[in-house]
Design a protein around this ligand. Structure first.
Ligand code: FAD
Length: 392
């Protein structure tokens, strides 16, 4: 293979994880390895909205376009109001992230982003390094990081799935309070999972409204759209509205990530490689923290750094929580009410942001009713043991 088609590192997939890592590597200037990112899309539309809490200086905070100091959680006629001014809820529109990451990458000539090329199959380890085939080219690399999602996702690969569709809409008259977002407004009519509306208002007339379901089955986009349209009509009193943008996601909650056992020179990364927090499916800030450490590890000792294993206590709590939701999704709404009402909000935010201490875990446990968790415990322990033994 010619020298110009050989790279120190090739990153498969230039989405959040691929661009974040490349952007961090670019900051090392001359010390950065020769990197190629292969991405199948030809441009980067505003295809998703990343939200996270303002805690411990989150990455890309400077690109945040909206923040909220208040939010509500609603379960039927009960509406709970919260003040999160200590740790605001932040919204980052993906196009700002893509632009910033691509700008940072193009500042370093050693890092190249190749768009419009699909990586075909899995790279093969040869004497010349990893051999990678794309729709237009063939190349080799000493190291490979694969951030592509699996071609096919199977229902049983994750404890639960978080399926959602969102419309960014514009109404003719004021319908929203831009100072307050709606974290969860549960839909008791949905019986095949825990369903709720998530509303991010950016003005009186504009909001991103998402219909989300946590369930064992993957809910189709069409089904979600039907529920979303109904819920929007109820929310805005059947006023006419314009759809400005559409979002769709199927995020794993408790995914059995592929083992990282191919070789020290090949690593899986991103959402389906353990980046998603089991109990929420959120991954953005976790990917940032991985990207920073991985770039440092590549530059300083040429080693690929895998996303760390879940903290044991958190993993146990998330796993048990998912088992409770799975066994009785419709009554799980009240658990969220208990968690937010009975526990100090900063503790809940720390828990959701992977920053909880042992004391915080105890506070979380104390705020929840014990009986659903005691009932779910034997099933959860059996499932864990089966997983350890490699049984599905
Ligand atoms: C709509 C949406 C909203 C989300 N909101 C939040 C949120 O608010 N907070 C949060 O923390 N997380 C959120 N997430 C979860 C998570 O942060 C994102 O999914 C994130 O983009 C995951 O990064 P990734 O790099 O693993 O995957 P992606 O960003 O999807 O990147 C994978 C890339 O691989 C490319 N690719 C795939 N196959 C090939 C191939 N064969 N050849 C070349 N390229 C290929 C894709 O085109 C894509 O660009 C959201 C996800 C979605 C979908």
């Amino acid at each position: 293979m010619a020298k110009d088609t050989h790279y120190d590192l090739v990153i498969l997939g230039g989405g959040c994880a691929g661009l974040s890592l490349a952007s961090k590597l670019s900051e090392y200037g001359e010390k950065a390895p020769k990197v190629l990112i292969i991405e199948q899309r030809t441009n980067y539309p505003n295809d998703r909205t990343w939200c996270f809490w303002d805690i411990d200086h989150p990455e890309y905070q400077s690109l945040v376009s909206q923040s909220w100091s208040k939010f509500e959680l609603a379960n039927q006629e009960r509406i709970h109001h919260f003040d999160c001014s200590q740790h605001q809820y932040l919204m980052l529109e993906s196009h700002y992230f893509y632009e910033a990451a691509i700008k940072q990458i193009s500042a370093n000539p050693k890092i190249q982003l190749m768009l419009g090329q699909e990586v075909l199959s899995t790279p093969i380890n040869t004497d010349q390094g990893w051999h990678i085939k794309t729709t237009h080219s063939e190349l080799t690399a000493d190291q490979v990081i694969d951030t592509r999602p699996p071609k096919k996702i199977n229902r049983e690969d994750s404890v639960l799935w978080q399926c959602f569709v969102g419309y960014e809409i514009k109404t003719q008259s004021d319908c929203f309070s831009p100072e307050k977002m709606v974290l969860m407004d549960f839909d008791p009519a949905f019986k095949n999972g825990l369903a709720f509306l998530y509303i991010l208002p950016t003005s009186g007339k504009k909001a991103l409204i998402e219909y989300t379901v946590f369930s064992e089955n993957i809910i189709s986009k069409q089904q979600l759209i039907t529920h979303l349209k109904k819920s929007i009509a109820l929310r805005i009193d059947s006023q006419p509205y314009e759809i400005l943008r559409f979002e769709h996601g199927t995020l794993p909650m408790g995914y059995q990530a592929a083992p990282q056992n191919r070789a020290a020179t090949f690593l899986y990364a991103g959402l389906f490689a353990g980046a998603a927090r089991p109990s929420s499916g959120y991954a953005f800030q976790r990917i940032q923290s991985w990207a920073k450490k991985c770039a440092q590890s590549i530059v300083t000792d040429h080693t690929l750094y895998a996303a760390p294993k879940e903290n044991r206590v958190q993993s146990f709590m998330d796993g048990l929580f998912l088992t409770v939701i799975k066994s009785n999704p419709t009554s799980a709404a009240s658990l969220f009410e208990d968690l937010f009402n009975r526990c100090d909000l900063n503790t809940v935010i720390k828990f959701m942001s992977d920053m909880a201490t042992l004391r915080d875990y105890l506070r979380i446990i104390k705020s929840l009713p014990p009986s659903p968790f005691i009932k779910a415990l034997p099933g959860f322990m059996i499932a864990k043991a089966c997983h350890r033994l490699g049984w599905k």
